[in-house]
Design a protein around this ligand. Structure first.
Ligand code: GLC
Length: 689
C-alpha cells in the first residue's frame, strides 16, 4: 500500500515513475508539524525497530543512532562524523513490530535524526514548505522496499561488458600509458574489460575534447582498444571551462545555457580547469545541447562515460574567493591568537563547497528563476539525464555504461553510481559492504566503490580483500587518486593471486548478471541484509557485515588486516565454497549457527543456500570471450532444483524477450546427478553436494 501526501506545491523532481492520486487525510504513523518554511515529521521507534534506507549514506545498514542530511556533497573524507555524501536518497524504511517506509520527494535540504537526539524518536526536518511524501506499509520489509521500487521505476541496466573488471586511475596521461596498462593485464592473465580516462585525457580539462598530442588519432586508439576487448570510459565534468577559443563555452554563453547570478551574468565557479560556468541542466534546451556533445565521443566509438563533480563541486566562487581574500588581508600582520588563527584557517578551508555559493546562482525552471540552493540535490541527476536523453536519441536500442557521482532517486533509471572518493582504509571496505544494500533499496543497483580505495596509499592485502568483496559488486572498478601509490593489481608481487580472484569474477558472471537483471525487472534487491531473507531469525536480523547476493548466495567478506578468516553467522545450513589460489575450489556443508571460517588472504569464500545451485562459466580474459553456453552447476541439493538464468546479447535493451530466460535443472537421485537446460545448445556439467 503506497499513499502520496502533498505539502505545499512541490515540484516534479522526476523521482516517481508511478502517478498516484493525492491523499486528503493526514500522514499515518508520523506526527506532522508545519511551520512557515519547514515540515517536521516525527515518529517513535520501538526498541526492536531497525531503520533501513538512505542509499549512499554513512554508517551502518541500520541507520539508527546517527543523523544524516540530504545535501549532495563533494567530500573526500568519509569519516564517521560525516552526515552527507554525494547523493540524496530520501527513503527510510522501519522494520520491527510494523513495517513501513517513507520517501520525501523534494530537492530541499532535509535533516534525518534517526534516534540521534532521542534514541526512540525519528525526526525528519524538511527545510521547505513543499514536498511530496510517500508512505508505504506492508506486512514485511521486503514488500515495503519492493513497493517503493515499483513507485520509482526500473533501475538502469548497463551493457554486459560493464560486469567485467575495470581499471581506472587519476590519471593515465597518454594513449601509450593506457596501452601499457592493458598490455600488463593481458600479459599477466588478469582479465580486463574497461579502462577509465580521468581528466588528463582532455585538452586543458575542456569537456568533450581530447588532447591530440597525448592521444593522437583518438578514433584509431578507441578501435585498437575495442579489438583487444577494452572499452575506454572518459570522464565528463560539470563545469565548462571559460575560454573564448572553446566552442562549448562560446555556444553556452551565446545561447544562455549557463547558470546565472541574480544580475543575469553567468556564474563563475572554480573547478579543475580554473574558472568555469555550470550548464543549467534544469532547462531542457541546455540538456539537449550538452547531451549532443557526447556524440563527439560516441562517434569515435566510446560507449561509456562517468559524469563527475556534479554536486556540483565548487572549489571557489569568484565572490567567495574575494570575500575570503579580503578577510585574510584584514588579518595580515596581526598577532594571531586562538580565535583569530582558527578564523584564518577556517576562512581559507571554507572557500570550497561553501553553501553560501548555492545562493549566488540561479536556474531557470519553466521560465522561473530559482536559486540553486532550492534545487541543489537535483543538479547531478539532471546532468546525467542530459546524457541519458542524448543516448536515447543516438540509439534507443543500445545500452551505454553511465555512471554519475552525484545522484537523487530517479537517476537510478538512467545511470549507475560509484560511491565517490573513499580512502584506502579497511574501515572503508566495511563501509562499502554496508552501503550496497542501502543503495539497492533506493534503486541504485549498478554500483560499487573504488576498489582498493581512492585516497591514500593502498596496501596489497587491502586491495586483495577489497577485490574479494568486489567480485560480487556489479561495478568492479579499481580506481585511485593522483599522487597515491600505483594500484593496478600487476604492480604487486603476488599478481597471480590477484589475477585468480578477478578470474573468479568472470566465472561468476552468468550468476551475477542473471541475478542483477532479474532484480531490476522484478524490483528486487540484488544485495540484501540477511534480515530480508531470514526475518524470524533474531541473530540474522542484526548482522551488518554479511550480505545476500541474488537468491542463492551469501557473502561474508573479510575486512580486517591480518585476519586469516572470520566468524560467520549461517542462518541455515549452507554450502561453503572456498575458491583457492590455483583456481580450484573446495566445498563443505556448514551447519546453521556461528562458525569460524578460515579464509587466507588469497582465498575467496562464499556460501550457497541449501536447495540452490549457481551457474559458473569458465574464466575468460574479457566478457567478450566469456562462453555462457558452457556451464558448471555448483550447489547443494536434496533432490531437485531449477535455476532461471538470464542471458542476452549484453548490448540491446530487449530485456523482456522470453528467449533470454533459460531454465537449468538439476535432479539428484542418491548419487546420480542429472542436469538439463531449456535451451538445447548449453553444455552442462554439475558439481552438486
Ligand atoms: C573526483 C572524482 C574522482 C576523480 C577525480 C579527478 O575526485 O570523484 O573519481 O578521479 O575527481 O577527476
Amino acid at each position: 500500500m503506497i499513499k502520496k501526501y502533498i505539502f505545499g506545491s512541490p515540484m516534479n523532481t522526476g523521482a516517481a515513475a508511478l502517478k498516484l492520486s493525492d491523499e486528503t487525510g493526514s500522514l499515518p504513523v508520523f506526527g506532522t508539524d508545519i511551520s512557515e518554511n519547514k515540515i517536521t515529521l516525527t515518529c517513535t521507534l520501538s526498541e526492536r525497530d531497525i531503520v533501513y534506507g538512505l542509499g549512499e549514506a554513512n554508517r551502518g545498514i541500520n541507520k539508527r543512532g546517527w543523523h544524516y542530511e540530504a545535501k549532495n556533497s563533494d567530500d573526500c573524507v568519509h569519516t564517521e562524523n560525516k552526515t552527507a555524501l554525494y547523493g540524496s536518497h530520501n527513503f527510510v524504511a522501519v522494520s520491527g513490530c510494523e513495517h513501513f517506509g517513507i520517501f520525501i520527494d523534494t530537492p530541499a535540504y532535509i535533516h534525518f535524526d534517526i534516534g540521534y537526539t532521542d534514541p526512540d524518536v525519528m525526526t525528519i526536518d524538511i527545510h521547505s514548505p513543499d514536498a511530496a511524501v510517500y508512505f508505504i506499509a506492508a506486512d514485511d520489509i521486503s514488500t515495503v522496499v519492493r513497493e517503493f521500487r515499483q513507485l520509482i521505476g526500473k533501475s538502469y541496466i548497463p551493457p554486459l561488458w560493464a560486469f567485467g573488471y575495470q581499471q581506472s586511475r587519476w590519471g593515465y596521461k597518454s594513449a601509450d600509458e593506457i596501452r601499457e596498462v592493458v598490455e600488463n593485464h593481458r600479459s599477466s592473465g588478469i582479465p580486463l574489460d574497461a579502462v577509465y580516462m580521468d581528466i588528463d585525457y582532455m585538452d586543458g580539462y575542456r569537456d568533450f575534447t581530447v588532447d591530440s598530442v597525448k592521444f593522437p588519432e583518438f578514433d584509431k586508439f578507441v578501435s585498437e582498444m575495442k579489438e583487444n576487448n577494452i572499452h575506454l570510459v572518459p570522464i565528463i565534468d560539470a563545469g565548462v571551462k571559460i575560454d573564448e577559443n572553446y566552442d562549448v563555452y562560446r555556444e553556452g554563453v551565446e545561447n544562455g545555457y549557463f547558470c546565472k547570478r541574480a544580475d543575469g551574468s553567468d556564474f563563475v565557479a572554480g573547478v579543475w580547469p580554473g574558472r568555469t560556468h555550470f550548464p543549467d541542466f534544469f532547462m531542457p534546451e541546455t540538456r539537449k545541447w550538452f547531451g549532443e556533445k557526447y556524440r563527439r565521443l560516441t562517434e569515435l566509438g566510446i560507449d561509456g562515460f562517468w559524469n563527475d563533480m556534479n554536486e556540483p563541486a565548487i572549489f571557489y566562487s569568484e565572490e567567495g574567493l574575494r570575500e575570503a581574500m579580503e578577510h585574510v588581508d584584514r588579518l595580515k600582520g596581526e598577532n594571531l591568537g586562538i580565535d583569530s588563527y582558527f578564523d584564518l584557517t577556517g576562512t581559507v578551508a571554507g572557500i570550497s563547497n561553501n553553501v553560501k555559493d548555492y545562493d549566488r546562482f540561479y536556474h531557470t525552471v519553466d521560465g522561473e528563476k530559482i536559486p540553486h540552493s532550492k534545487l541543489h540535490n537535483l543538479y547531478g541527476m539532471n546532468m546525467t539525464k542530459a546524457a541519458a536523453e542524448a543516448f536515447e536519441r543516438f540509439d534507443p536500442c543500445k545500452r551505454m555504461l553511465m555512471l554519475s557521482r552525484s545522484s537523487y532517486i530517479g537517476m537510478h533509471r538512467y545511470s549507475g553510481i560509484w560511491t565517490g572518493d573513499n580512502c584506502s582504509w579497511w574501515s572503508h571496505l566495511l563501509m562499502s559492504i554496508k552501503q550496497m544494500p542501502s543503495l539497492n533499496m533506493c534503486g541504485f543497483l549498478y554500483t560499487g566503490s573504488d576498489v582498493g580505495g581512492f585516497g591514500n596509499d593502498t596496501t596489497p592485502d587491502l586491495l586483495m580483500r577489497w577485490l574479494e568483496f568486489a567480485v560480487f559488486t556489479p561495478l568492479m572498478r579499481n580506481h585511485s587518486a593522483a599522487g597515491t601509490r600505483d594500484q593496478e593489481v600487476y604492480r604487486f608481487r603476488n599478481s597471480a593471486a590477484f589475477a585468480n580472484i578477478i578470474r573468479l569474477r568472470y566465472r561468476l558472471i552468468p550468476y551475477l548478471y542473471s541475478e542483477f537483471v532479474k532484480s531490476v525487472l522484478n524490483d528486487d534487491m540484488y544485495f540484501r541484509p540477511l534480515a530480508f531473507d531470514f526475518p524470524d531469525d533474531s541473530i540474522a536480523v542484526g548482522v551488518e557485515d554479511q550480505l545476500m547476493v541474488g537468491n542463492s548466495v551469501m557473502i561474508a567478506p573479510v575486512y580486517e588486516q591480518n585476519a586469516r578468516g572470520r566468524i560467520v553467522y549461517l542462518p541455515e545450513e549452507m554450502l561453503r565454497v572456498k575458491y583457492l589460489p590455483d583456481g580450484s575450489y573446495e566445498t563443505r556443508v556448514m551447519p546453521k549457527g556461528h562458525s569460524y571460517v578460515s579464509a587466507e588472504l588469497d582465498e575467496v569464500v562464499f556460501f550457497i543456500r541449501k536447495g540452490h545451485f549457481i551457474p559458473l562459466a569458465d574464466s575468460a580474459n574479457s566478457t567478450a570471450e566469456l562462453n555462457m553456453k558452457k556451464l558448471t552447476l555448483l550447489g547443494y541439493l536434496d533432490y531437485k532444483a531449477n535455476y532461471l538464468m538470464y542471458s542476452d546479447d549484453g548490448e540491446s535493451k530487449d530485456y523482456y524477450d522470453q528467449n533470454n530466460y533459460i531454465t537449468l535443472t538439476v535432479i539428484k537421485d542418491n548419487r546420480d546427478i542429472s542436469v538439463r537446460s531449456s535451451a538445447p545448445d548449453i553444455e552442462l556439467a554439475a558439481d552438486i553436494k
